[in-house]
Write a protein of this length. Structure first.
Length: 413
């Protein structure tokens, strides 16, 4: 480096030295000649000494936090509401999110996924993704411990700038989306259409047959015409009742989540229902015995719908409990948290087997279809009752044993 460059590099140091010597001269501690000599000596030394070059090159330091990628993947999996499994290249479970842990408690990180989930379609999809790197989607149907359906997606977890198939640290993600409820709704809809069609087809076929008979062989037979017209009227009434029940069920389901706001006197409503069914009760040689509290028993609800509930329950008790001679209707305090009133309808007929009780509220479910049709039942009465009670935030309970009749309880807030 040139002398001038060395002196410029040490300018601040030389200036400080000059200031110190000047202060000493002014203070009388040093004369002018020695001071000048000292300054010249300092300049000489500064000019002769080599300067130390320090060249600092800008550098970019990339700090990679150990395990950061793994934690990011785990955090992403936990954010999913559907079950999610993260697998390594050997199909060993690396991470399971909370939803997967609940649905597949036997799947443990560190074990091969095939050790716990042995479905052939799942195994084939995981192997195919490992070989091709292409996402696979299929529907997983399990029957144990209960019947379930899931949409399963097996996808490679690709990182930017890496070839997934050649990466020894490659991972894949398996997600499960439940289709069980959709499948059950579809099955219910299909059963509903099939049952409704069947229920309408039978009386309609009867009507068409009788009409053809009246137009043909019995055209001039007054006695046959009168008998056939009576049967036709009964079949037409059966179809009308079925359509009314279907429309009623549709209206109830439409407002299933809207809680009623009206105020109703339950005791007065039950008396009104009983009075409307007295003709049927007398025809069945039954007495409707009511036990009601004195005064007003008020609840919040839809009057027309609650009327339909208790009309259905008392009508069923009359139809299927005729051998017991009485139908008992009681209204008492619920005695249960969250509910205020308990209405029970009890008949003393033949009752039903315990295995039938949980299914009595299913649409079109009949223990004996022939008896039900003779009683002009549509198979929808208790389904309607269940939906109305649920809309009122109530609780429906059915108890029955063979030979002991049936007791239906409705808890209302």
């Amino acid at each position: 480096m040139p002398v001038t460059a060395r002196l410029r590099a040490r300018a601040s140091l030389l200036a400080a030295m000059a200031v110190i010597l000047l202060v000493l001269v002014i203070a009388g501690s040093l004369t002018i000649v020695p001071a000048i000599m000292a300054l010249l000596a300092t300049l000489g030394i500064a000019a002769l000494l080599p300067s130390a070059e320090v060249h600092v090159e800008p550098t970019v330091l990339e700090v990679l936090e150990p395990g950061r990628e793994e934690r990011s993947v785990a955090a992403f999996a936990e954010a999913l509401t559907d079950p999610c499994l993260v697998l390594d290249r050997r199909a060993v479970v690396v991470h399971t999110n909370a939803a997967a842990s609940r649905q597949f408690p036997n799947v443990v990180p560190g074990n091969p996924v095939t050790l716990s989930l042995r479905n052939p379609e799942l195994v084939q999809a995981i192997e195919a993704v490992g070989k091709s790197g292409a996402t696979r989607t299929f529907e997983l149907h399990e029957t144990l411990p209960s019947e379930t359906w899931d949409k399963v997606v097996v996808a490679p977890l690709r990182l930017p700038g890496t070839d997934w198939l050649t990466d020894d640290a490659r991972q894949s993600v398996v997600t499960f989306q439940s289709l069980t409820e959709l499948k059950r709704v579809d099955a219910m809809r299909a059963d509903f259409v099939a049952n409704a069609s069947h229920e309408l087809r039978t009386p309609l076929a009867s009507l068409l047959g009788f009409i053809d008979t009246l137009l043909g062989p019995a055209a001039k037979d007054a006695a046959a015409r009168e008998r056939f017209l009576g049967i036709m009227r009964g079949q037409a009434e059966r179809m009308s009742k079925l359509i009314d029940d279907l429309l009623s069920l549709s209206r109830i389901e439409m407002h299933q989540h809207v809680r009623p706001t009206g105020s109703i006197d339950l005791a007065a409503l039950l008396r009104e229902v009983r009075d409307g069914l007295q003709i049927q009760a007398r025809a069945a040689d039954l007495d409707i015995v009511m036990t009601l509290p004195e005064g007003v028993a008020t609840t919040i609800g839809d009057r027309s719908q609650l009327y339909e509930v208790f009309e259905n329950l008392m009508d069923n008790a009359i139809k299927y409990g005729a051998s017991g001679k009485t139908v008992e209707v009681t209204l008492t305090p619920a005695g249960r948290t969250g509910f205020q009133h308990l209405v029970s309808v009890t008949d003393h007929g033949g009752g039903v087997e315990p295995e039938h009780v949980p299914r009595l509220t299913e649409r079109f479910y009949r223990i004996d279809a022939e008896i039900s049709r003779k009683q002009k039942g549509t198979g929808l009465g208790l389904a309607i009752v269940k939906h109305i009670v649920h809309r009122h935030r109530g609780l429906l309970t059915i108890k029955s044993r063979p030979g002991e009749g049936m007791r239906v309880e409705v808890l209302l807030p």
